[in-house]
Design a protein around this ligand. Structure first.
Ligand SMILES: [Zn+2]
Length: 317
């Protein structure tokens, strides 16, 4: 462990390349906006800045089908076409960019598992909609799913907690692990009757051996911090009960008021609270091991504030 910098933040051009061009909600300017606020708040000198790392193909196929990865590589070299039915266009180099998002998360996991640091934040990551065999909702790969499979297959973990506070339901993670008892999944999202992808109702609690290992908590449109804090207690009790070996947080900033494509109304105080409380649980159960992914967030000001709030919580501010 490096006591000087127990918090790692992944940052660099290769990570920013995952974006769909100027004017797109998921544009490649998102990382820089976060970086500027990180700098302004004096946080860059207090964390360890880690360079992005591109994942090997074999790491991606721990979660994705080889056929899908091949299709992604082909469309990436062609530089055009759609990876799904219209939400997720291919661009030249999208394979390398997506593999870099996943690789940075995996590098962060390696550092946590080796005791090199206690907390990791990866902006741009948290592409929670991609399925094992297809892209979806701006997500060409599912770095969360790849991380979970890696924790199981490479590190042999048996109790992994995944908490998702993005406005959208983390369907790509949920359905891939719906019957897997090793993944304890808690997702607070805008009710699927009002927002993409339409899934994640209260009755979806996991199947077969995983029954009771999943918690889906739909929130009404315009829900603010007060309701978030009330409902959050259930997430905390759930994570406490599962006594995890590592905690993953998808800290999507599109659940803040004013996001152009969703209807929730939290402030960054919600993100700060979630990160702070999960740190307490990570210290109690996981030797401090906690990794957060930036997730969605399409108001630039919101994503910078929410992501910096997570980093500040990691630093104990
Ligand atoms: Zn989202």
């Amino acid at each position: 462990m490096n006591p000087e910098h127990p918090v790692c933040v992944y940052y660099g051009k290769a990570l920013a390349r995952y974006g769909f061009g100027a004017g797109h909600p998921f544009g490649s300017d998102r990382m820089g906006v976060f970086g500027r606020l990180l700098e302004q708040r004096g946080l860059t000198t207090r964390v360890r800045i880690c360079p992005p790392v591109q994942a090997e193909r074999d790491a991606l196929t721990r979660f994705h089908t080889p056929e899908y990865i091949e299709r992604l590589q082909t469309l990436s070299s062609l530089g055009e076409g759609f990876l799904d039915y219209g939400d997720t266009p291919a661009f030249p180099g999208i394979y390398e960019a997506a593999a870099t998002v996943a690789g940075s998360v995996l590098d962060g996991i390696k550092r946590l598992m080796e005791g090199d640091c206690r907390r990791v934040f990866v902006p741009i990551a948290g592409l929670h909609h991609a399925r094992r065999d297809r892209a979806a909702g701006f997500c060409a790969v599912n770095d969360c799913g790849i991380a979970i499979e890696t924790l199981k297959q490479v590190y042999g973990l048996k109790r992994i907690a995944y908490v998702d506070i993005d406005a959208h339901h983390g369907d790509g993670v949920f359905y891939a692990f719906e019957s897997d008892p090793d993944l304890y999944f808690a997702d607070l999202h805008e009710d699927g009757r009002y927002l993409y992808p339409g899934t994640g109702n209260l009755m979806e609690t996991g199947k077969s051996a995983a029954r009771g290992h999943k918690l889906n908590l739909p929130m009404p449109p315009r829900a603010g911090d007060e309701l978030f804090l009330q409902v959050w207690d259930r997430v905390e009790a759930f994570v406490e009960h599962c006594s995890p070996e590592i905690i993953l947080l998808q800290a999507g900033a599109d659940s803040l008021g004013g996001d152009p494509i969703t209807h929730l109304a939290y402030t960054e105080a919600a993100h700060a609270h979630a990160a702070r409380r999960l740190c307490v649980l990570a210290d109690r159960h996981c030797n401090g091991r906690m990794l957060a992914m930036g997730g969605g967030g399409y108001s630039r000001a919101n994503l910078a504030r929410a992501w910096c709030a997570v980093v500040e919580a990691f630093l104990g501010d």
